[in-house]
Ligand binder design. Structure first.
Ligand code: 6CS
Ligand code: FE
Length: 293
């Protein structure tokens, strides 16, 4: 495996040694403060400072409920062994369904909704395309956690995303409360880059989508980031949403409550940030995880 990532040539080098490091971000967060779009200037400034924005009602509650019905239909009809369908680490229950923007008419439509895409375009200051789409299910009582990570670290090392010019949005299809394993983010963490330890195993995605073990930050790094910011967990009803920068540190705990949690997760990348060869030197991941034209 030829590691393309080295400190001399790659500002976001990672997984090349046994020690972790905190580096500073080399890219803007909001790429054009004057870009027009759904967000006010104050919302853009807040996104720049915090690394996320919460929207109490981005999609109507009715639409969120119809999308939830469709998501549940897919969950009960799709074969959990399909490549783009991921099951829970310890059962056959479906945890994620990828590529819904291509495979399903209802989800394809909402993924093109101007009230969503317009925000991504405004923050990234360019046209955007969908790098990844997925429905995440966190079943009642047994949905498992996701450890802390920066999505960008994985997308850079395993997908060849060169710069931090992408945003994710998590749209709640169910209620998202403090009991059912909501998304937690570290405010301000998007301005630091944590170089992680270890080397990427081949076909890492086969295990990382159930439980990520490489490309996760050290506990010391997390202590520092949380001291500089704080942990937040925006809550809301069906149709509420959180948009966050590709490098914002985030995680979610397991769901021990009787309330299932389902969300639609979309990743928009700038058309000016096309994927290259993965910086970690592994083969590119499949297209359902990381779109390449
Ligand atoms: O692999 C991905 O693209 C996403 N999933 C995991 C578990 N980590 C990185 C990123 O969020
Ligand atoms: Fe993530």
């Amino acid at each position: 495996m030829s590691q393309r990532s080295s400190l001399d040539t790659d500002p976001y080098a990672s997984r090349f040694s046994n020690s972790w490091k905190l580096a500073s971000r080399q890219d803007p967060v909001v790429w054009d403060m004057d870009a027009s779009g759904p967000l006010s200037r104050q919302q853009l400034l807040d996104f720049e400072a915090r690394g996320y924005s919460a929207f109490p009602q981005l999609v109507s509650a009715n639409r969120a409920r119809s999308l939830l019905a469709e998501a549940r239909h897919l969950q009960s009809s799709l074969d959990p062994h399909l490549d783009h369908v991921i099951s829970e680490p310890t059962s056959q229950e479906i945890r994620s369904i990828f590529r819904v923007h291509e495979d399903n008419a209802y989800f394809a439509k909402v993924c093109r909704d101007e009230s969503i895409v317009g925000i991504a375009r405004q923050i990234l200051g360019s046209e955007v395309y969908l790098h990844q789409s997925r429905i995440n299910f966190k079943p009642a009582f047994q949905g498992k956690e996701f450890f802390w990570h920066s999505d960008f670290e994985t997308w850079h090392m395993e997908d060849g995303m060169p710069r931090m010019r992408a945003v994710s949005i998590s749209i709640s299809l169910t209620e998202n409360n403090e009991f059912n394993g909501p998304l937690m983010l570290v405010r301000g963490s998007h301005k630091s880059y944590v170089r992680c330890v270890g080397e990427t195993p081949d076909e890492h995605f086969r295990s990382s989508l159930k439980k990520q073990e490489y490309g996760v930050p050290s506990r010391e790094a997390l202590h520092l980031l949380v001291e500089q910011g704080e942990i937040v967990a925006p809550k809301g009803g069906p149709g509420s949403a959180v948009m966050f920068d590709c490098n914002t540190m985030h995680a979610s705990v397991g769901n021990l409550s009787p309330y299932p949690r389902t969300n639609l997760f979309l990743v928009f990348n700038s058309v000016d940030n096309p994927l290259e060869a993965p910086f970690g030197g592994t083969e590119p991941r499949p297209r359902f995880l990381s779109y390449r034209p």
